[in-house]
Write a protein that binds this ligand. Structure first.
Ligand code: ZN
Length: 304
C-alpha cells in the first residue's frame, strides 16, 4: 500500500481576486472548483489545476479576506514545486513571470519566484514516468504548461523525527539530504526538509496550510487505521464530498492530509462548467444564499 505523491496543497490568501488572476491568467491553471471551506463556510476554498482538476495537480487556497502576510518557519511548508516539461519551459516561465514585475531566480534545473502574497513557487524539470497534467489555460502554450506537482519544501530543525513515520507506515523512500519520496503505481512526489530560519513561523496570507497525499478511493479506512496505529493522531475519515480525507500532523509539525482520488470535481458539475459558480456540498446547499452573500465577489474567469 503506497501513496501516489501530492494530491493537493492548500494555502492561505488574503485577496481572492488577485489570487485568481495570478494562478489562472499568469500561471495558466484552470479554476476547477470555487467552493467554501467546509469547516468555515464563510471562507472560499479555491482549487486550481489542469483542465480536469486532476488529483496530483490541485493548488488550493482558503481566502481569509485581508489576512496579514504570514511567514514560514519550523514545521511549515515554505515552497511548492511544480513540474514543467523542459529547460526551454523554464526560459519561457522566467520571461513570463518577469514580465509581471516579479523577481525570478533561475538555476539549471529550476526557477523560483513568489506569488503576489509571498508564497514561494518553484518550477522544476524532472525525469519521471507520471502522466503530465498540463495546465494550459488562456494563452499558455501546452509545450510549456505546468504539468502537476513535483513536491513541497518544508522547514524542519530535526527531520530525523519525521523519518520513521514517513519511511515506515507512509511508505515514502528516503532519498537522502532530507528528501523523502512518495511513489505509487500512478504518480510520485516528494517532501524536502530544510533547516529553518531562526524566526518562528507565522500563519497568514502566503503560507501553506497543509499538504495532501494521494490514495485510491476506497483505501481511506485502511490508511486511517495504518496511520492511527503508528501513533500519529489521525482524524477519522472525513467525507469532503469531492474526496475523502484523513488529517494528522507529522512529527516535524507539517499538517498532512491523505485524500482519495475520487469522486472528484465532476461529482456535482459538468467538466465544462467547473469553477464557474460557487459549488457547495449537499450539506451546505440549504445555506447557499447566506454563504454567497459572505464571499468576496469574483469576476468570471475568461480564457484569453
Ligand atoms: Zn486539503
Amino acid at each position: 500500500m503506497k501513496l501516489d505523491g501530492v494530491h493537493h496543497v492548500s494555502s492561505i490568501t488574503g485577496d481572492a481576486p488577485r489570487n485568481v488572476d495570478f494562478y489562472t491568467r499568469v500561471l495558466g491553471m484552470r479554476l476547477v472548483k470555487k467552493t467554501v471551506n467546509q469547516d468555515d463556510p464563510s471562507v472560499y476554498h479555491l482549487f486550481y489545476g489542469d483542465e480536469q482538476g486532476s488529483p496530483g495537480f490541485d493548488m488550493t487556497f482558503f481566502e481569509y479576506r485581508g489576512a496579514r502576510p504570514g511567514r514560514a518557519g519550523d514545521g511549515m511548508v515554505h515552497t511548492v514545486a511544480f513540474r514543467v516539461p523542459s529547460a526551454q519551459s523554464l526560459d519561457f516561465w522566467a520571461s513570463r513571470i518577469g514580465a509581471e514585475g516579479i523577481a525570478v531566480e533561475r538555476s539549471a534545473a529550476a526557477l523560483r519566484f513568489d506569488d503576489p502574497e509571498g508564497l514561494t513557487l518553484e518550477l522544476v524539470v524532472e525525469d519521471v514516468p507520471d502522466a503530465p497534467l498540463p495546465a494550459d489555460f488562456g494563452d499558455v502554450p501546452t509545450e510549456h504548461a505546468i504539468t502537476g506537482f513535483a513536491g513541497v519544501r518544508a522547514y524542519a530543525s530535526r527531520p530525523d523525527r519525521s523519518a520513521g513515520l514517513l519511511t515506515g507506515p507512509l511508505a515514502f523512500e528516503d532519498r537522502g539530504d532530507g528528501v523523502f519520496e512518495s511513489r505509487g503505481d500512478e504518480r510520485g512526489g516528494w517532501i524536502a526538509y530544510e533547516q529553518p530560519p531562526l524566526e518562528p513561523g507565522i500563519p497568514g496570507a502566503g503560507t501553506v496550510h497543509h499538504v495532501a497525499w494521494s490514495m485510491p478511493l476506497g483505501a481511506e479506512e485502511a490508511w486511517q487505521q495504518r496511520v492511527a496505529a503508528a501513533g500519529a493522531r489521525a482524524t477519522e475519515v472525513i467525507d469532503r464530498f469531492y474526496f475523502r480525507s484523513v488529517y494528522f500532523r507529522e512529527p516535524s509539525g507539517v499538517l498532512f492530509e491523505l485524500a482519495t482520488r475520487g469522486p472528484g470535481f465532476t461529482a456535482d458539475e459538468e467538466l465544462s462548467e467547473l469553477g464557474k459558480r460557487v459549488a457547495l456540498p449537499p450539506f451546505l446547499e440549504p445555506y447557499r444564499e447566506r454563504i454567497e452573500a459572505s464571499l468576496t465577489p469574483l469576476d468570471p474567469v475568461e480564457s484569453t
